[in-house]
Ligand binder design. Structure first.
Ligand SMILES: Cc1ncc(CN)c(N)n1
Length: 228
């Protein structure tokens, strides 16, 4: 029996994604015990991450070979800049942090490295590279959101509930499903070499996702003894 390209990719990254569910930062969102200082660091780094992530969709739209793919990247761009980043702006407001302050966040090493990798992969190849670079980000957040949402108290938590509800929502799931459909469509005609290259992009971005959780948990910026 042949499996879809997305299933083949999922089988490869599943152990990495499972490790997110036992990561202290993700567990802390799920059970509501996460230290707010760690969440603030995450939220600020993630806000500037999402700005770079949005550029990725613009690259995807420019490289699209058909209107439906261009429309998908347009939807992802709009959804990120409005729906997803609104979540961060709302959280920031609770801490008295303005949207301008969020945007002026100094980038950490992990955020810089991760977004640089995604953008370089997207720039180097065609539309297939862009969707491969997007996949772990979109799909693994939905995977985490749905897993946490299985516990009703996570969804109802007065502070972290909004995070869980956003990433497990039907709107977010629909966008992720469209990304999965696009990678499956690409997988139908791609050569084994191309598929291996795309799979490697998803594996590497999955590793970066883990590093991002770690950066948030440990409130790290740059691993050097002095700052200038
Ligand atoms: C680091 C990261 N990866 C993915 C997502 C989900 N768009 C996010 N907000 N941040």
């Amino acid at each position: 029996m042949t499996i879809s390209f997305s299933q083949q990719i999922f089988n490869r990254v599943e152990p990495v994604w499972q490790s997110y569910l036992t990561h202290p930062f993700v567990k802390g969102i799920g059970d509501g015990t996460l230290d707010k200082a760690k969440f603030i660091h995450y939220m600020k780094q993630d806000y500037i991450y999402l700005i770079e992530y949005s550029r990725l969709f613009a690259i995807g739209a420019s490289k699209a070979n058909d209107l439906s793919t261009m429309t998908l990247f347009g939807e992802l761009l709009h959804g990120t800049l409005s729906f997803e980043m609104d979540l961060h702006r709302q959280y920031a407001e609770k801490f008295g942090i303005s949207a301008e302050e969020l945007e002026a966040t100094e980038p950490s090493a992990t955020m810089t490295s991760y977004t640089s990798y995604m953008l370089s992969q997207a720039s180097l190849g065609g539309v297939e590279n862009t969707i491969a670079a997007v996949l772990a980000c979109a799909w693994s957040y939905n995977y985490i959101g749905k897993a946490l949402a299985e516990n009703p108290s996570s969804k109802e938590h007065e502070f972290y509930g909004d995070w869980v509800n956003t990433y497990s929502s039907s709107e977010f799931t629909e966008l992720v499903d469209k990304c999965i459909q696009l990678i499956d469509q690409i997988g139908k005609t791609a050569s084994p070499e191309t598929k291996k290259k795309l799979e490697d992009i998803v594996v590497n971005t999955s590793y970066y996702e883990y590093m991002f959780w770690d950066m948030a948990e440990n409130i790290t910026m740059w691993d050097v003894p002095v700052t200038v």
